[in-house]
Ligand binder design. Sequence first.
Ligand code: GAR
Length: 221
Amino acid sequence: MQKPHSTPRIGVLISGSGSNLQAIIDHQKLHSNLYEIALVISNKADAFGLVRAENANIPTMVIDHTQYNDREAFDAKLQQTLEEAKIEFIVLAGFMRILTRGFTQHFLGKMINIHPSLLPKYTGLHTHQRALDAGDKEHGLSIHFVTPELDGGPVILQAVVKIDPNETETSLREKVHQQEHITYPLVIEWFALGRLSFKDNQAWLDQKILKQPQVLSKTIS
Ligand code: GAR
């Protein structure tokens, strides 16, 4: 994978609606010199995010995981596709596939994910319902570098939302989504500006280790 230059080529991986992809597209349109969304890949042919990408004239590709014998074969195709497209930074935006250790090691420091919980709480699925079931007062999202450990890589940024007494899974998901659409483009911008990096298994912003996760309200100025 090449080093970022002035306009890095970003690849976005999706599986579904792609509302985060839309937020990234909208952000990119406002800041067209910052980065290029060079390719959107979906493992599902009917993902609405593909329509969003096509509407924005972004090249798309479907790599249907059901057509591959195992995760290794699927990830090998994914890797080949990303490298052929000269992608420099990979953004997982609702990409609902567990990636192999080999794939995550290969792109270590060059791939981020957004997860709908305040990690390390609630890795995996059904995070909103699990937060409600636990009686949590707060929930949120985490953006992190991808490492072999599922939802376990160093956190770059979190945003917190309040859980109201009458909160439902749907309303909570919507609240988290709103924050996702603000924070994910911001973190990609940090990368494109050369402010964000990965070293010694840590996330760095402006040459400082992000020891404690950055929380949105404390970060945006
Ligand atoms: C987002 O809420 C994202 O945090 C979550 O999927 C949703 C995708 O929405 N990702 C995960 O759960 C990954 N473990 P979108 O397709 O509308 O962007």
